[in-house]
Design a protein. Structure first.
Length: 133
């Protein structure tokens, strides 16, 4: 659950490279993961997946995340690494945001074992019976 004072970075390309509506996005992601021919991998340490528009990279991303999907309870930290799309620079950059907005809500992404998002329009490990400590 988001705390007071947290800054949510709005979804930058919802509706362009992936659906802007929660139900449509959820169905698409679940379909891509279900269609993947990858078995669950016990205790993966990392997931490398493309992040291009889902029409281009969705099946490969679905395969990568399906291999990891049943391990959500063991996940304690998620680190997203990506390129700068607009400005070249040396080193790394960190966002000022404390959470990333998505059509599914803001906060932690939901694992495939989690219930649907809450009315609070947030996604949190605390909302998941499988992931909560």
């Amino acid at each position: 659950m988001l705390l007071p004072g947290q800054i949510i970075r709005p979804a930058a390309v919802a509706g362009k490279f992936y659906p802007a509506h929660a139900g449509e996005l959820e169905r698409l992601v679940e379909g891509l993961m279900e269609a993947a021919h990858t078995e669950s991998v016990p205790n993966p340490k990392a997931v490398l997946a493309p992040h291009a528009g889902y029409v281009f990279s969705g099946p490969i991303a679905g395969s990568a995340f399906r291999a990891w999907s049943k391990q959500c309870r063991a996940v304690r930290r998620v680190v997203l690494v990506g390129p700068s799309h607009y400005v070249a620079f040396r080193g790394i950059a960190l966002p000022h945001a404390t959470a990333f907005g998505t059509p599914l809500g803001a906060g932690y992404p939901r694992c495939m074992n989690c219930p649907p998002r809450t009315n609070e329009n947030t996604v949190s490990r605390s909302n998941c019976r499988s992931c909560s400590d």
